[in-house]
Design a protein around this ligand. Structure first.
Ligand code: MV4
Length: 587
């Protein structure tokens, strides 16, 4: 068994790994950035080493610094958590060359599954089908048109080297094909460094059901059960559960066996997840995630297995201590993600800051995996997942009610959290009935009733007193009502960019514009302008895209709310903008 494990991660997942290591008598080594000097994972580990730096690139992705600490600490294994180095084969190979165990799959398996086209080929070779489509790389919009005309519209354009939904474009009609392919390739290049895309049929109301697998080095590969992750927004999962609601046992077994075949086909070892779209009783292979996932606890709660323990054991060369027939699934588990984001009006704006007070729920069937405690600061530089709240109960509705009870006990102050959105989901009749899909949160759930948390206006370096304003904005054609703290200038609104404290760059003070029904086009969240679609003098229609905004790793269209002539364009491609910034005026 491994003796000393370095956790190359932070936040709740680092804490999660440290906990199992402690139970198994494995010494833990934390690493930390300058901002995480006093973070919970550092406080809980047996040893901790400074990486220096603030941003992820300067700290948790600093290969040289981590390799140096592996050597200095004498760790014999590295757990990468999720994100960061978890699917980085250069890192896995670099530590393996030094005789240190990578607690994850072989690099070859990561490579096969990292590229969606080769993953699809591998799955198909193993007899597991993806959504009907073409696996070759698209050269032009005409090929998209030809596919759509043959198989029907809409179609989906996907990034071959992507994942997590970035770069997928839904194309409803032939005339949208060229622009959509261009946008998909641009996003793909921005996030994955490669532009290759392919096309397949678009499923209109699917559920996201994924299957947990685990494999040892002795040829045993087992499926442990599925998770339904359909309650998500912009590819950020909000709530996950196991078992999937209204999911027949024969489909479960077929999906489990298909997942084992996919894992075996790529020589998989360790814990992994095979993702499927599920619609009308059929499932289609999407991709395989070659890491431990955020939502792994729901599988732990229904199977009684500790997935981190089995990751450590199989990485140490132990065989799995159970057979497929011995894997039992009992009851129902939910997980809600508590992110430091403000869901008011459905906007989910990042809400970093210091957690001034945090009270954990308790009682029967409740588990909280937190990366923070009262007094800790959620930095804008990292993932804003504060904690995962999980519950178990004998059946789905008991678990759902237990989750609502646990949420009602939970207190997080100082930062806004996604909890009000989680409650809205858990109480909605569609979700209660298990009738939601991957599109449901964005297309059906109405979050306009969620108010901004009652909190003082953020203290800024600004002398101007601030006032809370309702602002209407549109993202991808969807209307959002957001509340913004803006300097009080009487009847006029001046939008400012950046965070309070002036930490995020130069102040952008815009000309005033009247609130409500005006032709000012404002951006809903912090981001970077990728492309400006209009010029001064252009006539635009309601809903026409004014600019493409990249925010939180997604491209969003910012659209006109009224028709008219563009009289001002205030931004250019490459510029950073903040929530409420006026980008154009239409008269
Ligand atoms: C799809 C789809 C519908 N049809 N493919 C988005 C993430 C990426 N991994 C695959 N995704 C989708 N692919 C076809 N042909 C709908 C989605 C999808 C989705 C999938 C899983 C989880 C959440 C999702 C949210 C929106 C769309």
């Amino acid at each position: 068994m491994l003796k000393k494990v370095l956790i190359a991660n932070r936040g709740e997942i680092a804490v999660r790994v440290i906990r199992t290591c402690r139970e198994l008598g494995i010494t833990t080594v934390a690493v930390y950035s300058e901002l995480d000097r006093d973070a919970l994972h550092v406080r809980l580990a047996d040893e901790a080493y400074a990486l220096g730096g603030q941003t992820a690139a300067e700290s948790y992705l600093n290969t040289e610094a981590i390799l140096d600490i592996i050597e200095r600490s004498g760790a014999d294994g590295v757990h990468p958590g999720y994100g960061f180095f978890s699917e980085n084969t250069d890192f896995a190979r670099a530590i393996t060359e030094r005789g240190v165990t990578f607690i994850g799959p072989p690099p070859e398996a990561i490579e096969v599954m990292g590229d969606k086209i080769s993953a699809r080929h591998a799955a198909e070779a193993a007899g597991v089908s993806g959504v009907p489509g073409r696996t070759d790389v698209l050269e032009s919009g005409d090929e998209v048109v030809a596919f759509g005309n043959e198989f029907g519209w809409p179609v989906a354009i996907k990034a071959a080297y992507g994942g997590g939904g970035r770069g997928m474009k839904v194309v409803n009609a032939p005339e949208e094909a060229a622009e959509a392919l261009e946008s998909a390739m641009r996003e793909s290049t921005a996030y994955f460094g490669r532009s290759e895309c392919y096309v397949e049929r678009y499923l209109a109301w699917p559920r996201h059901v994924e299957m947990q697998v685990i494999a040892d080095t002795h040829g045993n590969t087992l499926w442990l059960g599925e998770r339904d992750c359909s309650a998500q927004r912009r590819h950020q999962k909000l709530i996950e559960e196991s078992p999937a609601p209204d999911f027949p046992d024969e489909v479960r077994r077929a999906m489990g066996e298909a997942s084992v075949k996919v894992a075996e086909a790529c020589g998989y070892v360790n814990a992994g997840t095979v993702e499927f779209l599920y619609q009308n009783g059929e499932f289609f292979f999407l991709e395989m995630n070659t890491r431990l996932q955020v939502e792994h606890p729901v599988t732990e709660l229904v199977t009684g297995l500790d997935l981190v323990e089995w990751q450590l054991r199989v990485a140490s060369g132990e065989p799995l201590g159970f057979t497929q027939d011995e894997v039992q699934r009992n009851g129902h588990a939910f997980e809600v993600r508590i992110n430091a984001e403000n869901p008011a009006g459905g906007a989910f704006t990042p809400s970093p800051g210091t957690i001034t007070r945090m009270v954990s729920p308790g009682g029967p069937g409740v588990r909280l995996d937190a990366g923070y405690e009262s007094g800790d600061t959620v930095s804008q530089y990292y993932d804003n997942l504060v904690a995962k709240l999980c519950v178990w109960a004998p059946d789905r509705d008991a678990a759902r009610r237990r989750m609502l009870r646990a949420i009602s006990e939970t207190v997080v102050e100082g930062v806004a959290t996604t909890l009000p959105a989680d409650v809205a989901i858990l109480e909605h009749p569609d979700f209660v009935a298990g009738q939601h899909s991957t599109n449901w949160v964005e297309q059906t759930l109405d979050l306009s009733g969620i108010a901004a948390p009652v909190a003082p206006a953020p203290a800024g370096g600004d002398e101007t007193p601030k006032v809370l304003r309702d602002i209407t904005t549109e993202v991808d054609g969807r209307r959002y009502q957001v509340k913004l703290w803006v300097p009080d200038l009487g009847d006029m609104v001046v939008a400012t960019a950046g965070k309070s404290g002036g930490a995020s760059g130069p102040k952008r003070t815009k000309t005033a514009a009247a609130v409500g029904g005006s032709g000012t086009v404002a951006v809903p969240m912090q981001g970077t302008i990728v492309k400006v679609m209009v010029e001064v003098g252009d006539e635009v229609e309601v809903g026409q895209t004014i600019c493409v905004l990249e925010a939180m790793k997604m491209e969003n269209n910012v659209n006109a709310e009224k028709a008219g002539k563009v009289t001002e364009v205030k931004v250019a491609a490459g510029e950073a903008v903040g929530p409420g910034d006026v980008i154009a005026v239409i008269e």
